[in-house]
Structure formats: structure tokens, C-alpha cells
Design a protein around this ligand. Structure first.
Ligand code: FES
Length: 308
């Protein structure tokens, strides 16, 4: 057994213990549910919906939260290095630069918190609990950094302010660990259709008799093992991937809202025409299929834009 293998086992055990411990806390779930509801209700009316979409990052085609988390993480890491440089070299300008970096990090933390809470309001199960702990740790670290920012201004309180920022860094790092787990372990913020083979079915495959598809009734079919959503509207038939890109919800169990299908799990709306995101929380579009009717049968294949 080599050194890497020896080190991997305790690291994995520690990680599993942390996640299992959080998952075992029922009080976190009881706190999280009403909190999530309150966050969702804070976005009122069409303007609230637009704001929510913006905070999720539907305009970016990617969640906005991880973009903003880089600001406090980067700025506070720089502050730590600058504080260390000041204590080694005695150069006061390093300390001033550290103060500035902490201020920049605090501004970034505000945006990061708002987008994070918005994304968190639309997740369930174990990820909801981990997300709440992640957020609580970030609140504690940001509070410590805010106190540090002001204490650094006083000659007598400066060294305590620097110590507080070190403690804040340790807590922010723990929060970042859980944030990483949410993405890589719980698959929050990733495209849940990304691993599907986008070339399948390569050729048109028969999936349903045309007269069995009811007007405005979202219907699930399969083509070469790929789940496809069919929607008939007048003389047009739309075909989209049946899996919601947000967290994998079954779109065929959703409802039609205008020219979009609304996911039954968290309400993402995806355009029937081309799969673009009409409303989040998903920031990823739905994949579309070419569809045609031949000899009374509906056939679909992987979309080939511009070719029928
Ligand atoms: S799974 Fe969350 S909106 Fe579809």
C-alpha cells in the first residue's frame, strides 16, 4: 500500500463523518424548511421572479453564486498573506493592503450570500441541510471579518482584529469545503442532463403513434433509452429531454405555462420551442430533439439544427 492510499482512507472517513453528522441532525431540517419558504416568498410578482432569475444566473447560463464566492475567498486569502508579510517584514503598507482586501472580500460576501441563499431556497433533502450549515458558517466568518475590518483601524485593537480575521479564514475554509461538497458530492448547480449522450438517437426512432399523443398533455416516451418529453400543440409536436437540468425532475409530470413546460419539483420553466430557460432555478437549457410524423407514428432523433 503506497502513501497516497494510506492518506486517502482517513481523509475519506473524515469527510463521510462530517456529512453524515450534518445529515443526522433533524433540527437542521426543521429550521431549513420554513427558512426556505420565507426566502421563496420574498420574491413577489413578476419583478421578484426577474430578480430571482438574475440571482440564480439564468442570464449567465451558469449559476452566479460560484462566480461571486471567488471574491471573498480570493480577497481574504490575499489578506492572510499580506498580514503574514507585514509581521515578517514590518512593512505597514502590507497591513494597509490587507485591510483593503478584507473590505473587498466583505463586499463580495454580500453578493455571494444573496445568490447562495437564492439557490439554496430551491434544493431538498441532504443538500438542504448541508447548504444551511454552509451558509451559517459563512455568516459567522463574514461577521468575524466585519469586526476585524473595524478593529484594524484602532492602534490598540489592531492585533485583535488581525487575529479575528485568521479565525474568520479558518471558518470560511470549512464553509468552502461544504460548498465544494454541495457541488461535487450532491450535484447542486450542475447540469443534470450533461452526461446524457447528446448524439442519441442518431437516426429517427419511432416512439409513439401520433393519435396517442393528446393535445397539451406532456408525455414521456423513450428513444434508444433516452427519456424524451413530447408536447402536441395544434399541428406542432415539440420534443425535449424529459429530465430537468436543475436537479433531474420529471418534466412530463409538470404543467404547461404559456409556451414552456414547468418542472414539478422547483418550478423551472423551459421553452418548448428551443429549450431555453424562461424561468429558473435551472440555469441550463433543455436539450431538444428533431421530431416528425411518418406513417402515423411520431419519430424523434437528436437535434441537428438546420437539417430535417
Ligand atoms: S428539478 Fe428543480 S426545477 Fe426541475
Amino acid at each position: 500500500m503506497n502513501l497516497a492510499t494510506l492518506l486517502r482512507a482517513p481523509r475519506r472517513m473524515a469527510s463521510e463523518t462530517i456529512i453524515k453528522t450534518i445529515d443526522g441532525q433533524e433540527w437542521i431540517e426543521e429550521t431549513a424548511k420554513p427558512l426556505q419558504k420565507a426566502v421563496r416568498h420574498a420574491f413577489v410578482g413578476p419583478a421578484g421572479r426577474e430578480l430571482k432569475n438574475f440571482l440564480h444566473g439564468t442570464w449567465l447560463g451558469h449559476p452566479l453564486h460560484p462566480v461571486l464566492t471567488d471574491i471573498p475567498v480570493g480577497a481574504w486569502t490575499a489578506a492572510l498573506a499580506l498580514d503574514a508579510l507585514e509581521s515578517i517584514s514590518g512593512r505597514k503598507e502590507c497591513g494597509s493592503a490587507a485591510d483593503l482586501a478584507i473590505g473587498v472580500g466583505l463586499l463580495g460576501a454580500i453578493g455571494s450570500a444573496i445568490t447562495g441563499v437564492t439557490d439554496w431556497s430551491e434544493i431538498d433533502g441532504r443538500a438542504r441541510k448541508i447548504g444551511l450549515v454552509h451558509g451559517a458558517l459563512n455568516v459567522v466568518s463574514t461577521t468575524l471579518y466585519a469586526m476585524s475590518f473595524f478593529m484594524r483601524k484602532g492602534r490598540r485593537t489592531r492585533s485583535s482584529g488581525v487575529a479575528l480575521s485568521m479565525l474568520g479564514f479558518a471558518i470560511a475554509s470549512s464553509a468552502a469545503y461544504l460548498g465544494g461538497h454541495l457541488t461535487f458530492g450532491e450535484q447542486i448547480g450542475v447540469d443534470h442532463t450533461a452526461t446524457a449522450d447528446a448524439t442519441k438517437p442518431e437516426k429517427f426512432k419511432r416512439v409513439l403513434k401520433a393519435d396517442e399523443l393528446k393535445e397539451n398533455k406532456p408525455t414521456r416516451v423513450e428513444a434508444e433509452g433516452v427519456a424524451v418529453l413530447l408536447v402536441k400543440r395544434g399541428d406542432r409536436i415539440f420534443a425535449l429531454t424529459e429530465t430537468c437540468p436543475h436537479l433531474g425532475g420529471p418534466l412530463s409530470e409538470g404543467k404547461l405555462v404559456g409556451d414552456a413546460i414547468q418542472c414539478p419539483w422547483h418550478g423551472s420553466e423551459l421553452a418548448l420551442e428551443d429549450g431555453h430557460v424562461v424561468n429558473g432555478p435551472t440555469t441550463f437549457p433543455a436539450r431538444c430533439f428533431d421530431v416528425r410524423v411518418r406513417a402515423g407514428n411520431i419519430e424523434v432523433r437528436a437535434a441537428r439544427p438546420g437539417e430535417k
